[in-house]
Design a protein around this ligand. Structure first.
Ligand code: GLN
Length: 215
């Protein structure tokens, strides 16, 4: 049974622990470097990426997590966790820092404050069956992916108007109703803008458990 940790500094930790257990993992919270050493994979939950970034330093987990990622440990980041895995963050706080494992640019709070939360169907490549009822809560979207990144899912709509964001998008940028990338994978790193741990649909956690088993 793969042992999978959930980074337990802030955010919806227990929901991920429950979803991972339902998906067949030995799931446990991770707050200390010694706890990190004992896991085969890690989930970075949704919450607030600026806060998680600060707590990662306070709990002296930055270097250990960087090292494990460099060593190939599978990591799944949801929402704030996706932001923590991005090489580049737009609309982030100047002092926030992630693990930069996935060659992608994400825009924080991208879907705009009028629609801080919405649900929409998202089909995930590699996950059979009906689309996910994807829940987006002040979610990021992925604006650019590097050559090594596989796009696993997109969402259409969610208004996409970004009333809180000043400044024009580039002329080449898709309009408000365009598809947005909301799920990606690069090697052993997986990230989604949405929260599968909130809906009782454990297919994505099973996907991650299998990824950890294979690693
Ligand atoms: N807006 C949050 C952030 O910037 C993410 C929200 C979430 O994780 N549900 O980190």
């Amino acid at each position: 049974t793969p042992v999978i940790g959930v980074l337990a500094l802030q955010g919806d930790v227990l929901e991920h622990v429950a979803a991972l257990a339902a998906a067949g993992a030995d799931a446990r919270p991770v707050r200390r470097p010694a706890e990190l050493d004992a896991v085969d994979g890690l989930v970075i939950p949704g919450g607030e990426s600026t806060t998680i970034s600060k707590l990662v330093d306070i709990f002296e987990l930055r270097e250990p997590i960087d090292k494990r990622i460099a060593g190939g440990m599978p990591v799944y980041g949801s929402c704030a966790g996706m932001i923590m895995l991005a090489a580049e963050v737009l609309d982030g706080r100047p002092d926030q820092r992630g693990f930069q494992g996935i060659e992608m640019t994400v825009r924080r709070n991208a879907f705009g404050r009028q629609v801080d939360s919405f649900e929409a169907p998202v089909q995930i490549a590699g996950v059979d069956g009906e689309p996910f009822h994807a829940v987006f809560i002040r979610a990021p979207w992925v604006e650019r992916v590097g050559a090594g990144v596989e796009v696993l899912g997109r969402v259409t709509g969610g208004s996409g108007s970004r009333p809180g964001v000043r400044g024009a998008e580039p002329a080449s940028s898709p309009g408000p109703t365009a598809d947005r990338v909301v799920a990606v994978r690069q090697g052993n790193l997986l990230a989604t803008s949405f929260h599968p741990e909130l809906t009782g649909d454990h297919r994505l956690h099973r996907y991650f458990v299998e990824l950890v088993r294979a690693a």
